[in-house]
Every structure is written in C-alpha cells, then in structure tokens.
Design a protein around this ligand. Structure first.
Ligand SMILES: [Zn+2]
Length: 309
C-alpha cells in the first residue's frame, strides 16, 4: 500500500472514532465535547463543584465574597449565566429566597439541583414558619451529603466521566472528614461553659449542634429580619452572666448590629471585644485560603478558639 493510502485509511478510521468520543463525553448535554458548564449560586457550592468536577467542568459562581444570599437578587448577567449552564446547583431550603422564581423557571429546561435535597429531614433544624434552617454547610458532615448530591448531578449530565467524578468525590470527602475532626479537636481548647458564639445572625445553628457550641444570633435566621432593642438586651445579659469575652462579626452582615451589643455590655461594665470576622454566608477572596470552603471553616474555627479559650 502506498504511504498516502495508509494515511487516508488511518484518517478515515480516526475521524468517526473522534466524533463518537466527543458525543459520548457530552451525553445528556449539548454536543460539543467541552467541559460541562456549571452555574452555582454560593461560593461554597461552586467550591464543591470545582473539587468534584475537576477539569471536566467549568464553574461559574453567582455570589462572590461578602454577598448576602438571603437578600440576593439575580441580575441580568446572572440570568445569562444560568441560561448558559448545562446544570445549575443551588443551596435550597430558601437560602436564595429572592431567586426562587428564576430557579424554578430554569428547572423546566435543565437540571437545577438543590444540593441539600439528600439530607434527611430529621437532620435539619426547624425554624419558625415550618421552614428549615438553610445554613447546613457549617456542619461539615451535612456538607459531605451536599457533595454527594453534586457528584450525582454531574454523573447524570456527563456519564462518560463517572469514574473520575467518583474518584474526585472520594478525595474531597476525605479532606472534609479531616476538617470535621480538626474542628472537633480545636474547639476542645475552649472550656465548656465558655463555648458561646454570639454573632449577628443565626448562621451557626448547625455548627453549634455539631460541635457543642451555644449559638446566639442577634438577627434571626435570615438577614432580612430586623433586630430590636430587646435582642440586644438579651444578649448583653447573657454575655455578662457567663463572662463571655468576645462576640463576632460576619463578612456578609453589617457590623453595626454586633457593635450595639459591645456597647451595651460596656454600659454594664463587662468588657467584650469583637473576636474577629467569621465567614458565614459567603467565602473569602478567591486565591486566598479563606476563598475555599475548607479554608473558610478553618478560619472560623481558629478565630473562635483564639478569642474564647
Ligand atoms: Zn444566613
């Protein structure tokens, strides 16, 4: 056979093979073979997707550092990012309260998955109005369930990389298990009666339950609810009685509410300091350690331990 004949034969064999590969890798999504386009609402969810999806996904997160998801409204740009996605992940349990309509609408044309849906209802904290507390990411074990849900969603839309998604999930779950243990070990440094976490809003309910910390929020579960003078007085009394040394501010909530508590305590001659900034509903800047879920939790734990022990 002449050389160019051989080449032609090789090409005619390879071309259909490549086409088949491209199609099968994008099973369930638009053909094209590129990475799965994923849009996630919060940074914490986008971080799961990055870890589970690796190079097979391209993640767009809607809510950056310092953004409050309870009050967040989708912009025109966000709607485009949701439109462009092959699959959308969001927290659910009404965290993204103002995005419910748009997420429901998107759900008619593509998978739109609440990552909390696999968590057994009996493991969720009930709040007023028959709803559940949405801040599940601060119980690392519950966040591992959310990680599993992301894995399932990615396999559903891109079954060709099932094995890779499973391996990457295993690796991430291992890190999360270590984070859970780290949190338990570190918090033991604070004497039990001083394990009281006072913050601006009730984002740490699951954290408190999982790691035996009394959590007191000034503002209620959603930042949409206003705090009153009564709340300030209740917390000032608690701080004074239990001799708590520090209260905490949050990256996504204005400082002034917690400053009212510090001032109130001062009037009763009890010195309380602001123990530092905790990440509650949003992660830190991208590229920093706190810009990842694991870094964010570690930062919170270290900040709490340093101020309260
Ligand atoms: Zn919140």
């Amino acid at each position: 056979m002449k050389r160019w004949h051989k080449l032609l034969l090789l090409v005619s064999f390879l071309v259909p093979l490549l086409t088949v590969t491209a199609c099968s890798s994008s099973n369930g999504k638009e053909a094209g073979g590129g990475p799965v386009q994923v849009t996630a609402t919060t940074g914490m969810i986008a971080d799961i997707v990055k870890n589970v999806g690796g190079k097979y996904v391209q993640v767009t997160g809607l809510m950056g550092p310092g953004v409050d998801p309870h009050l967040y409204k989708a912009s025109q740009g966000d709607i485009e990012k949701l439109d462009d996605a092959d699959i959308v992940f969001y927290n659910g349990l009404h965290l993204e309260g103002k995005m419910t309509d748009i997420l429901t609408k998107m759900g008619r044309s593509k998978p739109v998955i609440p990552v909390t849906e696999k968590i057994d209802k009996k493991n969720l904290l009930k709040i007023t109005g028959g709803q559940y507390d949405p801040h599940v990411w601060f119980d690392v074990k519950l966040w591992m369930k959310a990680t599993e849900r992301v894995k399932e969603g990615l396999i559903e839309i891109d079954p060709a990389h099932k094995k890779e998604y499973e391996q990457q999930t295993e690796a991430y779950l291992q890190k999360l298990a270590e984070l859970d243990q780290y949190t338990r070990d570190q918090l033991k440094q604070i004497p039990e009666d001083r394990r009281v976490l006072v913050t601006a809003h009730d984002a740490f309910g699951y954290f408190g339950r999982a790691y035996q910390v009394d959590v007191v929020g000034l503002q209620g579960i959603s930042t949409a609810s206003e705090y009153g003078l009564k709340d300030v007085q209740r917390i000032v009394n608690l701080l004074t009685e239990r001799k708590i040394k520090a209260v905490f501010v949050e990256s996504s909530v204005p400082k002034r509410s917690i400053e009212a508590v510090v001032q109130g305590a001062r009037h009763k001659n009890h010195q309380v300091t602001i123990g530092g900034q905790l990440y509650s509903d949003a992660m830190g800047q991208p590229g920093t350690e706190e810009g990842t879920y694991i870094g964010m939790v570690r930062h919170n734990v270290d900040t709490i331990v340093k101020s309260l022990k």
